[in-house]
Design a binder for this molecule. Structure first.
Ligand SMILES: *Cc1c(COP(=O)(O)O)cnc(C)c1O
Length: 717
């Protein structure tokens, strides 16, 4: 990959390595470095340094290599980068015993890392992406495994009547910071998914996330029959058989890719049920090396962690038995299980006849199981009570580790500067320690307010610029331009609602009573505006209708252009929104939001959340850091929930925002809530706290088991 750049002057050749490691994406000074080369080209590359270095004129690089200002900056960034990549120490090595250096393999069907790497659909992916970044920061010996999705990803555009049109955009591999993994002969590594007939092959790409390697599987390769090439083409294929093949490739193929690299003993972390077949490949390996089936199952359990992410029934994959039989017929003899024994591992006792349930299978094959918030644990305990009572033999059956977000990734740069100034230099290293955050009170209200205003300006400018482009390129209907936020006013109180459009997330709850909403938005003294963004799954027409409904309201002149639907929600737009809106809105139907993370991203930036009590908010809300209301029950629950929402907006939230008492233009009461939002969220809902909790609750024990196993293997040989 390295030689595809133009020759970079020797003095600044570290740019190569930096561009090919996503470490740059969560370090502002590293981002600045690329921006300094050529701000316009950086913008044009959509913040993709590989593309930038590929396309930039050599003369620009030569000038930079002689520019003192650039070089000072370059030296500081590169030396920090190299010491973080190569240096010793770090939280994990200094706290956790891992004498045989056993790796932790993290398997996930999606990763949300940066907008130039579109391997994600939503929250699950960002959780996995934030997790890998944090593992790099804390120096966990983690290896990620996922999919490449070469067939493209969804760019969202709306038709004039608000219907989501899916345009597929193919990832340009030559401009992505990925490199093809080669075998010992220097040829692209090709791994056959073991035993499965007819054969399926995978190629492997490597992406560096700080110290963490992420291996991305790709079935779009010549060795495969044409009908197998598309297996990894798209996230979450609807067709059951294709999806089963996808999960076979991810789990079994992914594990054998690790084997082909000599990684045979490990701790396995299954992020959601999709990759759970990985345990079968571990069994096959252990049994092939002389273990009995019983011992192998026991060992795999003691070294496997499973995280379940959703109480929504459709979020749990169930495969019909005849399909399972078709694909696993040849596999089962290699792991010493009969068909019946195998199927029994995947049955949900509450609903045994429907098929092989990946969540049930993952639960049975892991000793360490967790939900992603305290509330989600309660819901899971009741949803899976039959299965869990079967598993009750030893100790804790299922625990919870509440999700967290990677603070540096989601923090606005002006906020980061403020924290650097007021929290003391060690704040970043210790940011999961709540006592550090008490210092947020020392930030002058005015400075915090101004930093937020800047972020809000950037958001609104970005939205208007997108609308302007749409206008000048397509000459779209002016109503559409208005509906995309061109009339937005940075001095007006701004609510943000952005996430995947799934029915249970209830994007239209705030549209329940349009007259009441109209009077809230058009209040002359205290106007309000709302930004919506989010994609629907291409096969989910109900969700597309929800988008259409929002869009039609946004186009209605009686709302004064104060509602916008911004197309093509992705990581970049998410950044602008969680930094720049005044209030984050979250109104799912309880108890279906397992955790939710977008509110955490907003809160660390001083954007308080107004949320129904569900998911993480039941742990996060403290009465001072935002607003909460209890979800109603019964058939008219939407009406009553909307009523609660309007009451809070009209009586508490909007008036507080506009209350400026001492003529200094700063709403001190509001700023107090902003400070509480930051203080209460940044330490406890950070991925730092989360990764440490996974380590202390699960990895420590699983690693002990794996280390003893490695030691016994070494003694034998
Ligand atoms: C954080 C994030 C999500 C998840 O949002 P939730 O509100 O937790 O569902 C989805 N998409 C993007 C782009 C995100 O950054």
């Amino acid at each position: 990959m390295i030689d595809r750049f133009p020759d970079i002057p020797a003095r600044i050749e570290g740019l190569r390595e930096l561009a090919c490691n996503l470490w740059w994406s969560w370090h502002h000074p590293a981002r600045d470095l690329f921006n300094m080369l050529n701000p316009a080209a950086w913008q044009l590359s959509v913040h993709n340094p590989v593309k930038l270095l590929h396309e930039i004129d050599r003369s620009v690089l030569e000038r930079a290599a002689e520019n003192d200002h650039f070089l000072r900056h370059y030296d500081a960034v590169i030396s920090r980068f190299r010491s973080e990549m190569r240096g010793k120490g770090g939280w994990f090595p200094s706290h956790i015993r891992n004498p045989m250096n056993v790796p932790i393999a993290y398997f996930s069907a999606e990763y949300g890392l940066h907008h130039s790497m579109p391997f994600y659909a939503g929250g699950l992916g960002f959780l996995a992406g934030d997790y890998l970044k944090e593992c790099s920061d804390l120096r966990l010996p983690v290896i990620g495994v996922g999919f490449m999705y070469p067939g493209g990803y969804l760019r969202q555009r709306l038709s004039p009547d608000g219907w989501q049109l899916s345009e597929s955009e193919i990832l340009d591999k030559s401009h992505a910071p990925i490199s093809q993994v080669l075998d010992e002969n220097g040829k692209p590594l090709l791994v056959r998914v073991p035993v499965i007939e007819p054969p399926i092959y995978v190629g492997v790409w490597k992406l560096r996330i700080g110290r963490i390697p992420l291996y991305l599987l790709d079935t779009d390769i010549e060795a495969n029959d044409p009908w197998n090439r598309g297996i990894s083409s798209r996230l979450y294929i609807g067709d059951a058989e294709q999806r089963l093949r996808q999960e076979i490739v991810l789990g079994i193929g992914g594990m054998s890719v690790l084997e082909s690299m000599g990684i045979n003993n490990l701790v396995l972390h299954l992020n959601e049920g999709h990759p759970a077949f990985a345990v079968l490949e571990r069994l096959r390996y252990l049994i092939g090396n002389g273990m009995s089936c019983r011992e192998a199952i026991d060992y795999v359990r003691r070294t496997t962690v499973f995280t379940t992410h959703t109480p929504v029934p459709a979020g749990h994959d169930i495969f019909p038995f005849h399909l399972m039989e078709k694909y696993f017929n040849s596999y089962l003899p290699t792991i010493g299980l009969t068909r019946d024994q195998f199927f029994r591992l995947g049955i949900d006792p509450a609903n045994p006849q429907v098929g092989f349930n990946m969540t049930a299978f993952a639960m049975r094959m892991s000793l360490y199981r967790n939900c992603v918030s305290r509330r989600h644990l309660e819901v899971t305990e009741s949803m899976w009570r039959h299965l869990l009572s079967e598993l009750k033999s030893n100790g804790t059956v299922i625990d919870h580790v509440t999700n967290g977000v990677h603070v540096l990734t989601w923090l606005d740069r002006s906020m980061e500067d403020l924290f650097n100034r007021y929290l003391g230099l060690g704040w970043l290293e210790e940011h999961d320690d709540p006592s550090i955050w008490a210092l947020v009170d020392d930030i002058p209200d005015r400075e915090l307010w101004m930093a937020h205003r800047m972020a809000k300006m950037r958001l609104i400018t970005t939205i208007r610029e997108r609308a302007r482009l749409r206008w000048s390129m397509d000459g779209a209907d002016p109503r559409i331009i208005v509906a995309s936020g061109v009339l937005f006013d940075p001095s007006v109180f701004t609510i943000g609602f952005a996430r995947r459009f799934a029915t249970y997330k209830r994007a239209t709850l705030i549209l329940q009573d349009l007259n009441r909403l109209r009077s809230i938005l058009n209040n002359e003294d205290m106007p309000v505006q709302i930004i919506f963004a989010g994609k629907a799954h291409p096969a989910d027409d109900t969700a597309k209708q929800i988008i259409q409904k929002v869009y039609n309201v946004a186009k209605d002149p009686s709302f004064g252009g104060r509602i916008a639907f911004v197309e093509d929600y992705d990581e970049q737009l998410a950044q602008y929104m969680v930094h720049g809106v005044d209030l984050w809105l979250n109104t799912p139907q309880p108890p279906l939001e397992a955790s939710g993370t977008s509110g955490m991203k907003a809160m660390v930036n001083g954007v308080p959340q107004l949320s129904i009590l569900d998911g993480w908010w039941l742990e996060g809300y403290n009465g001072r850091n935002g607003w909460a209301f209890e979800g109603a029950e019964g058939a008219d629950r939407d009406v009553r929930d909307a009523h609660s929402l309007y009451e809070l907006l009209e009586n508490d939230i909007v008036p507080l925002f506009y209350r400026v008492e001492n003529n200094d233009g700063v709403p001190h009461g509001w700023v107090r809530v902003m400070k509480e939002a930051i203080k209460s969220t940044a330490p406890r809902f950070s991925s730092r706290r989360m990764v440490k909790e996974y380590t202390n609750k699960f990895y420590v024990n699983a690693l002990d088991a794996a280390n003893s196993f490695s030691m016994s293997m070494t003694q034998e040989s």
